[in-house]
Design a protein around this ligand. Structure first.
Ligand SMILES: Cc1ncc(COP(=O)(O)O)c(C=O)c1O
Length: 483
């Protein structure tokens, strides 16, 4: 048999296991269910053609089954033409002859959705940090609808790739309040943080270029940096944000094309980078001419005072600040922004035109009004999220007292450490108990943090209670298997 003509891409064992979703929930023998799940993941494009699967033993451990179950499942798929293997080269994904020409590639965000598609019941989902929309949204929608300016707007041709003037001004005013004087021309409105980071990455990075990221970091950032073909270098994160010495050393020695940071309520650790470190990073960015993009998406969901954004500390440094309506208001608005120099915003705006010609205007008008109500909404949101965090922690302390974490200073996630075992294996087992978890390796450029789980605590209180119960049951089953 010929080796595949597409390039090999190795699927990490955690990724390969995650894309299978809640595969064990169906009926029938384990090896057949596993084969069905792998086939379905290939058909969805989540295991693209040419992907090399992990070694049999490692895969078996990650999906929490015996090696002989994996062997039988893979043999079945080889007979059907979905997998191919060669001694010394491993096992990789192919398509049966009849299916050639249909393929695709997706990212870890998409893999998570795969988990839900494959799930049999209604799981408790600790993986996403998306909060319900604030009550202010319907009110602002009604205001926008009855505003005569909206009717006037509908009568015009509206192509505003850089965003509506009203919203750009409102965002600029918020930066000014945070200690970063900003003109509306320095703001580009985007479809959320996700499009913003995509635009920034596409502008600065060519395949093979180096991006420095925190380790761990957010899924969305990892997906984008992988998609543009960058090489990622991770910097450790500790209780006071990233290890700045390590970052400084990397910036000077590697001269990356981009540095991507989450200085305020880092996701997933909830840590805050002190002002002194921010100043140092801004200065380094200017001296070395290395662009730094800071994700301020969680900056409003804080339980304490915070230093200003990195952009505050050096006006001439190439610092790009990204924000979003998603945490404070609602991610369904799909409104985010980039703040940078006017020249860079113009370049990003041209790039945005290639992707969508502009973010939906009605969502922008609602957002501009929402930002006016900022303090009131923020107070309410922070109270709500803080109460939920305390509830999760109280539950964990009572039911899983040997799990550890550092108290988040803001944001929506708890970075929990398991006292033993492997988080990816445990997450597989937890799925079968009806709870969806994000294991540490999925948030790491090098699949590190095998003992960590990200638990988002935005869930309604009763879901948190039920979720921790399920976690404990799954934990008991997991420990029993290995003790
Ligand atoms: C750190 C971080 N930044 C950004 C986002 C996504 O933001 P948006 O909804 O604006 O694309 C998320 C996920 O919700 C996140 O965790």
């Amino acid at each position: 048999m010929d080796a595949p003509t597409v390039p090999h891409r190795a699927a990490g064992p955690t990724h390969a296991a995650e894309v299978l979703g809640n595969w064990a929930a169906a009926r029938g023998p384990l090896h057949r269910k596993l084969a069905d799940a792998i086939r379905a993941a290939i058909e969805r494009g989540e295991l693209p053609v040419g992907t090399r699967l992990p070694a049999e033993r490692s895969f078996a451990t990650h999906v929490s089954v015996s090696r002989s179950t994996v062997f039988s499942a893979w043999e079945q798929l080889k007979r059907e033409g979905w997998l191919e293997s060669r001694r010394g080269s491993g096992t990789w994904v192919r398509l049966p002859d009849a299916r050639r020409g249909i393929s695709g590639g997706v990212d870890s965000m998409e893999s998570l959705r795969g988990i839900f598609r494959a799930g049999a019941s209604d799981p408790v989902d600790f993986t996403t940090g998306q909060l319900e929309g604030t009550a202010a949204i319907p009110r602002m929608l009604a205001e926008v609808a009855s505003d005569p300016r909206t009717a006037a707007l509908l009568g015009t041709q509206h192509m505003l790739p850089q965003g509506a003037e009203e919203l750009r001004s409102a965002v600029a005013a918020r930066f000014a309040t945070a200690g970063v004087p900003t003109a509306p021309e320095q703001v580009l409105i985007t479809s959320g943080y996700q499009q913003a980071i995509w635009l920034v990455a596409s502008l600065f990075i060519r395949p093979g270029d180096t991006v420095v990221v925190e380790d761990p970091t957010s899924l969305g950032a990892l997906d984008v940096f992988r998609a543009v073909g960058s090489r990622m270098r991770g910097v450790q994160v500790d209780d006071s944000g990233l290890v700045v010495e390590e970052l400084a050393q990397l910036m000077s020695s590697v001269r990356p094309q981009l540095v991507s940071l989450t200085p305020t309520f880092h996701n997933p650790t909830g840590s805050v980078l002190p002002g002194l470190h921010r100043r140092r990073i801004a200065r380094l960015a200017r001296q070395l001419d290395v662009p730094v993009v800071e994700d301020l998406t969680h900056a409003d969901i804080g339980f304490e005072e915070i230093p200003p954004p990195i952009a505050h500390y050096d006006r001439d440094a190439p610092v790009i600040s990204v924000g979003s309506m998603s945490k404070l208001y609602w991610s369904g608005l799909r409104i985010g922004w980039v703040r940078a120099s006017e020249q860079l915003i113009a370049r990003l705006g041209r790039l945005k035109t290639v992707t969508d010609l502009g973010t939906p205007l009605l969502s922008q008008l609602v957002s501009a009004r929402l930002l006016v109500d900022h303090d009131e909404v923020r107070r309410h949101r922070v109270e709500q999220v803080h109460a939920r965090m305390l509830r999760l922690i109280a539950n964990l302390e009572q039911i899983l007292p040997d799990w550890e974490w550092t108290m988040p200073r803001g944001g929506v996630a708890l970075w929990a450490r398991l006292p033993a075992g492997d988080a990816a294996e445990y997450a597989q087992l937890a799925l079968r108990h009806g709870v969806v978890l994000l294991p540490g390796p999925l948030l790491s450029a090098n699949e590190g943090h095998r003992d960590r789980l990200r638990l988002c605590y935005h869930l309604p209180p009763e879901k948190i209670d039920a979720g921790v119960d399920l976690l404990a049951r799954a934990w008991l089953a997991y420990r029993r298997r290995y003790d």
